[in-house]
Design a binder for this molecule. Structure first.
Ligand SMILES: CC(C)(COP(=O)(O)OP(=O)(O)OC[C@H]1O[C@@H](n2cnc3c(N)ncnc32)[C@H](O)[C@@H]1OP(=O)(O)O)[C@@H](O)C(=O)NCCC(=O)NCCS
Length: 86
């Protein structure tokens, strides 16, 4: 079943672990729903989002454009495994 993972934290609350915690909570929900893996994307130059994904065990498996964005916007594609994040 396709879906979409998105997160945004207001600038004055950033860099305090909120997005990392939110993605971790989402993975807990996904595990309870029986999903065994998710794909998540971020722009190649979005260091904050990349760190959020990596803190939740994201494994980079592909780099390239996505039909939802400009062809020259390179995305990083990660596997996330619900229930395994610390
Ligand atoms: C991406 C975003 C949600 C991160 O939210 P956050 O609550 O600040 O994230 P966290 O506090 O959990 O930080 C996660 C990591 O990103 C790093 N980080 C946060 N903001 C950063 C920035 N502007 N530049 C570089 N690294 C940053 C943190 O230092 C942390 O890494 P570390 O633990 O290795 O030091 C937030 O920057 C945002 O809303 N950005 C605009 C929307 C967006 O890009 N959404 C994601 C689309 S894929």
């Amino acid at each position: 079943m396709p879906g979409h993972v998105g997160y945004s934290v207001v600038p004055w609350k950033q860099r305090n672990g909120r997005a990392t915690a939110a993605l971790s909570l989402l993975l807990t929900v996904a595990a309870k729903e029986g999903l065994d893996r998710l794909v998540t994307l971020c722009n190649e130059d979005n260091d904050a989002s990349r760190r959020v994904i990596e803190h939740n065990g994201g494994e980079l498996f592909m780099r390239g454009p996505h039909p939802s964005d400009r062809p020259d916007q390179i995305k990083l594609y990660f596997w996330l495994t619900p229930g395994t994040a610390g």
